[in-house]
Each structure stands twice: as C-alpha cells, then as structure tokens.
Design a protein around this ligand. Structure first.
Ligand SMILES: CC(C)(COP(=O)(O)OP(=O)(O)OC[C@H]1O[C@@H](n2cnc3c(N)ncnc32)[C@H](O)[C@@H]1OP(=O)(O)O)[C@@H](O)C(=O)NCCC(=O)NCCS
Length: 144
C-alpha cells in the first residue's frame, strides 16, 4: 500500500473522481460539473493505492488558499475499507505533503458525521455549524 500524488487529467485522477463521486456525491443525488473538475488543475490530489489494484482505496484534494493556508476537501475512503486506519494514513500523508510545500495551516469543512474523525487527528472546531452540499458541516483547522 502507498500514498502518492496524482496528476490532474490522468487516468489515476479520473479514478479518484469516481471514488469521490461514489462516496460523497451520489448519496446526496449530486454530481461534479465539468467546470468544478477543470478548476481542480491547481489542486494537489492525494490518493492511497493497493499494489496491483487500479482504483484508489482512499483519496482527498488539497486546495491552496493563500501562501500559508491550504484546504483539505473531498476526503473519501472506499466503503468496504472504512474504519481500518486508511483515512488517518492519507490525511497524515496530505499534512506532510502540505508542510513540505511551506503551508503552515490546514483548514477543512467537516460533515457532522466526520467531525470526530478529524478531532482524533488533531483538528479543532472553529465557529458555528453551517450547511454545505445540503448537509450540516463544521469548520475545522490544524497547525501544520
Ligand atoms: C470519514 C472517513 C474519511 C474516515 O476514514 P476511515 O479510514 O474510515 O477512518 P480511520 O479508520 O482512519 O479512523 C481514524 C480514527 O478516527 C475514528 N473514526 C473514523 N471515522 C469516524 C467517524 N465517522 N466518527 C467517529 N470516529 C471516526 C476511528 O475510530 C479512528 O480512531 P482511533 O485512531 O482512535 O482508532 C471515511 O470513513 C469516509 O470516507 N466516510 C465517508 C465520507 C466522508 O464522510 N468523508 C469526510 C467528509 S468531510
């Protein structure tokens, strides 16, 4: 098993979009627009792979917001692999990746159902609850 960055527009990137669609969008009756995916060309795409399997087991997106701040988005673990530590491994890989590029603060919008996952990884809640993609979220952050 290994974590690595994948390039936008490659078959590996398309495989991460499929995983994100299945885990995060389809259950809400939503899909990505071509414009949303095109805008991801400036993002960092992190994924966790099992050797010999062409689809990622987990993936997430990092969007730079400013010189020091970067946003973690679209964290998705394959349903049959959730609760086995893969989310933690990939988030920690993404933090190392961001730190190596000079970012000092990670922010994210956590679904209510995932807040405890991020709390265990050292993130803290900031501000009041809000709605995004039709469901309740909390803003969370961590110093890198
Ligand atoms: C939320 C998600 C990314 C977590 O990844 P995971 O691989 O299942 O989590 P891990 O096994 O790495 O868990 C790490 C720790 O968080 C805990 N944890 C994981 N998911 C949790 C949850 N939903 N609620 C509470 N605790 C959770 C685990 O028990 C574990 O705790 P420990 O280290 O004390 O044993 C994954 O379950 C997922 O893709 N869920 C559906 C999509 C989603 O909600 N994405 C996040 C959108 S903001």
């Amino acid at each position: 098993m290994e974590c690595r960055l994948v390039d936008h527009g490659t078959p590996e990137y398309e495989a991460t979009v499929s995983l994100r669609y299945e885990v995060l969008r389809k259950p809400l009756g939503l899909d990505f627009t071509p414009e949303q995916l095109a805008a991801e060309v400036t993002d960092l795409h992190c994924a966790l792979w099992e050797f010999g399997i062409p689809e990622p087991l987990a993936c997430l997106v990092l969007t730079p917001l400013s010189e020091g701040e970067i946003k973690m988005r679209q964290v998705a673990v394959r349903p049959d692999h959730q609760g086995q530590g893969l989310g933690r491994i990939l988030v920690e890989f993404s933090e190392t990746t961001a730190r190596a590029r000079g970012f000092t603060r990670m922010v994210l919008n956590a679904r209510d159902t995932a807040v405890d996952f991020y709390l265990r990884l050292g993130y803290t809640i900031e501000g009041e609850p809000f709605t995004e993609v039709t469901i309740p979220h909390r803003r969370m952050a961590k110093s890198l």
